[in-house]
Ligand binder design. Sequence first.
Ligand SMILES: Nc1ncnc2c1ncn2[C@@H]1O[C@H](COP(=O)(O)OP(=O)(O)OP(=O)(O)O)[C@@H](O)[C@H]1O
Length: 580
Amino acid sequence: MSNLWRLREYLRPYAGRMAAMLVLAVFASLAALATPRMIQAVIDGPVTRADDDGLWWLAAAILALGVAEAFLVWLRRYIQATVALGVEADMRRDIYAHVQKLHAGFHDRFQTGQLLSRATGDLGRIRRFAAWGMIFLVINVFTYVAVIAQLLQIYWPLGLVVAASAVPLFFLSRSFARGYIRASRAEQDQAGEVANTAEETAQGIRVVKAFGRSRHVIERFEGEAAKLRDISVGKVRMLSKSWSMFDAIPNLVLAAVLIGGSIAVAAGAMTIGELVAFVTLQLMLVWPIEALGWIIANGNEAMTAADRIFDVLDTEPAIVDRPGATDLDRADAKGHLRFEGVRFGYEGTGKEILTGLDLDVRPGETLAIAGVTGCGKTTLLSLAPRLYDVTEGRVTIDGRDVRDLTLSSLRRNVATAFEDPTLFSMSVRENLTLGREDATEADIEEALQVAQAEFVYDLPWGLDTRIGEQGLSLSGGQRQRLALARAVIVKPAVLILDDPLSALDVHTEELVERALASVLKGTTALVAVHRPSTVALADRVALLQDGTIVAVGTHSELLESTPAYRAVLSAEADTVGAAA
Ligand SMILES: Nc1ncnc2c1ncn2[C@@H]1O[C@H](COP(=O)(O)OP(=O)(O)OP(=O)(O)O)[C@@H](O)[C@H]1O
């Protein structure tokens, strides 16, 4: 509940419009409620007296009320939509901005699907509550009170009967709404499963065909689709059963009112006009009462949705600028990178990956990190740009703890190219200049040349070609070269390369290596390597084993002195050889 209450922050900018909405809603209800009393006047006046004196005035008034009500409802709905969509857009913007600020560790724990469902499904639930539930809660309670007051005033014994009939109708509607929402959720989840299955097999169609698994895949899809059909049929069955009950209760009460009303009219306790007005008013109550059940269910849903959204919004970014953090000026940065007594374990795993590690990368030097697969090379690299913070010890650049530098200046000075390069759905140029928006054509050209990525000039629109989702329309090697160019273009003081050449063929690798060698000369570089050929780029190599650096030296020194290094390289060479 408290989280739902916190949403008022988002409603505050719309307070004026919400007040206008309520006023409009009250006037629309009053217009609707006045109509039955006008009908009563027509029946008890001109109709009973059998003369049309005053009939035209009354008819015109009824028409005017109808038009006024329609206009007020239209205006209220229009404002309602702008408020709801505004609140949703504001919240979505905040969630997105907050998620961007959150550290990499948060994203390790939180599934992307979960984030997506919070930013779409949960926000939708809150929008429905803000736009619909809250307003109708007020309108419906107002309508109920106003109608019952009139009914009691027209003929109180029957008024009490109608007031009491609201109780079973309300409970019935509430239990129906709960069941319906549960069934809808199950249907949605299952529809998601069907879509997932279809997407997965479409994406992996080559593997499916290559392994002759089409039959198996079809059976799996049919199973999921059948489950979806069963759930949907169950939902429709529940719907039809409940609607018949919804119709039954008001009709029973109507029958009781007609019988009781006729007796009252015969006894002179009610006029015919009053009876007609009573029945018309009573029918106006059915929807507001039924809707209350929905509104309550909708409120419950919004409460859960608010909890789930604030769960994300309340997570504090763990990696932020420290108070007093200062900028690292690129012009002054020498790029002396040191790891001092570094310990690190991923949050929640209870396992230490780096167990007290020292490493000194001298300015301008290229240092390669070698080690068996899974020993923590990528982890070590990610500590320099503060994608994660060390658990103990420190990482320094030119003697300054990276945690004492502002994040923006740190990341301007430390550029990274990962093994699995992510490219965004935007033009090649935008992808390239992600870390340096002011890059000139000459900078771009130079970076592309270094990364041997000049193939982009041959794309249909050259640098303006939009590359697909995750750069899917490019080959693995092409994506890697673009990611490399993206890192190089920043002209960083420290360049971090995580096995940057793994997806290149032997010929391109040689070209990139040659070009890289010239860039690496001017920059401090830390490179995770898997294959012996990449080691050749490095001035020195460090061997990472059991969470610490066990040997540092030139490639040939280590080959000679360290059997473990020979073992790592020959194992990698075997894997690379087998894959080629
Ligand atoms: N985000 C993460 N959360 C939890 N554990 C992780 C995470 N990333 C990596 N690990 C674990 O940390 C260990 C080191 O992984 P890391 O990717 O750093 O090794 P690596 O030497 O780069 O491996 P490779 O040579 O295969 O690229 C592995 O046991 C891995 O399972």
